[in-house]
Design a protein around this ligand. Structure first.
Ligand code: NAD
Ligand code: IPM
Ligand code: MN
Length: 355
């Protein structure tokens, strides 16, 4: 029997609360299937660890994680530790060092999930974002000159390598071809006269190898407007790190809220472990109260199952999620109008999964 070794970095705030439910669901799926198993190892890394040790993870943290088949991440960041340290030294470090260059984020409105848009049908919101995940504006390249002086200058570079741009765009074309969907590139070449002119030219160039894929290109400002006014235009979407970050929070808002938004950080070559996470943060405003919605974390479990080739279980998890959103609303957490605690929501999920 195949046993997947999973590193669990639950992290900060509501991270551990939602992670407990995600792990529950994965264990239940494996037990029901009988053909595969999980072995979970917890790593208590994050802001509390930082306050004790001065580090977000041990010096050999990346080496330790490299021995696992996948990583589950809860959330990182907490008041008391500057966000630029906590996120860069843990979450962004893992994405970067494991070359998880594809950030796959479904923006799909499930049946029963709330949508703030008027006159939009449920099936009109069904996109997959392929966000570049290792470079762009989040590469961490720049300078801070004359700090504190009147002539102070800060520079944050946008880094777009040919290799990095080409591979993520190619991944998106392959996905569009496989799923018989349209592919939309979102960029901003009118103002970003180096990086985005380059991005657009690579999108066109790679596209010559995919004449069967219907493509569209939008400027990011117009794309934000269309995501609200006419989301049915978008199917597979490929975009840069920064634009993808912002647009997928907009995506979360139109597809049920932050409590339902998940993402996979993939190293498609499988040279390094990939990482699965809810896209929300540590939510310090509700942490420790058992009211966080675990469904986003559970959706990321569905992505993990897809990644390991158990698409039947990946799909089954989304089916159960819809069943909860439509027929068992009392078992949802308060952000979805329910009255259940995080753990009660997870328990009901497992019960429905078991049929
Ligand atoms: P956030 O996603 O933590 O919270 C935004 C709002 O959404 C809050 O009102 C919160 O209560 C709500 N929310 C988020 N997840 C929820 C859930 N599962 N159930 C119910 N409500 C939920 O974003 P923020 O407040 O901007 O950031 C808080 C901290 O998290 C910061 O330190 C930030 O840097 C970090 N952060 C981490 C990640 C990550 O680890 N992937 C992502 C985003 C932000
Ligand atoms: C996300 C988060 C991270 C990102 C932050 C916390 C560094 O916002 O996963 O969307 O920008 O990638
Ligand atoms: Mn984000």
């Amino acid at each position: 029997m195949e046993t997947y070794r999973i590193a669990v970095v639950a992290g900060d705030g509501i991270g551990p609360e939602v992670m407990a439910e995600c792990v529950k669901v994965l264990k239940a799926a494996a037990a029901l299937d009988g053909g595969f198993a999980f072995e979970f190892t917890d790593f208590p890394w994050g802001c509390e660890y930082y306050l004790k040790t001065g580090k977000m993870m041990p010096d050999d943290g990346i080496e330790t994680l490299s021995g696992y088949d996948a990583i589950l991440l809860g959330a990182v960041g907490y008041p008391g530790v500057p966000d630029n340290i906590s996120l860069r030294d843990l979450l962004l470090r893992i994405r970067h060092d494991f070359d998880q260059y594809v950030n796959l984020r479904p923006v799909k409105l499930l049946k029963g999930a709330p949508c703030p848009l008027k006159d939009v049908k449920q099936e009109d919101i069904n996109m997959t974002f392929v966000r570049e995940n290792t470079e762009g504006e989040y590469a961490g390249s720049g300078a801070w000159l004359y700090k504190g002086q009147p002539n102070e200058v800060v520079i944050q570079n946008g880094v777009f390598s040919r290799k990095g741009t080409e591979r993520v765009i190619r991944y998106a074309y392959e996905l569009a071809r496989k799923e018989h969907k349209t592919l939309t590139s979102i960029s901003k070449a009118n103002a970003l006269n180096y990086s985005m002119v380059f991005w657009d030219s690579v999108f066109k160039e790679v596209g010559e190898e995919y004449p069967d894929v219907e493509t569209h290109s939008y400027l990011v400002d117009a794309a934000s407007m269309f995501m609200v006014k006419d989301p049915g235009r978008f199917q597979i979407v490929v975009t840069s790190n920064l634009f993808g970050d912002i647009l997928t929070d907009l995506g979360a808002a139109i597809a049920g809220g932050m409590g339902l938004a998940a993402g996979a950080n993939l190293n498609p070559e499988r040279k390094f472990p990939s990482m699965f996470e809810p896209i929300h943060g540590s939510a310090p405003d509700i942490a420790g109260r058992q009211i966080a919605n675990p469904l986003a974390a559970i959706w990321s479990a569905s992505q993990l199952l897809d990644f390991f080739g158990h698409e039947d279980w990946g799909a089954r998890i989304l089916e159960v999620m819809e069943d909860m959103l439509v027929n068992h609303r009392e078992a949802l957490t308060p952000d979805q109008g329910g009255t259940a605690s995080t753990a009660e929501c997870g328990d009901m999920f497992v019960k429905l999964l078991q049929g």
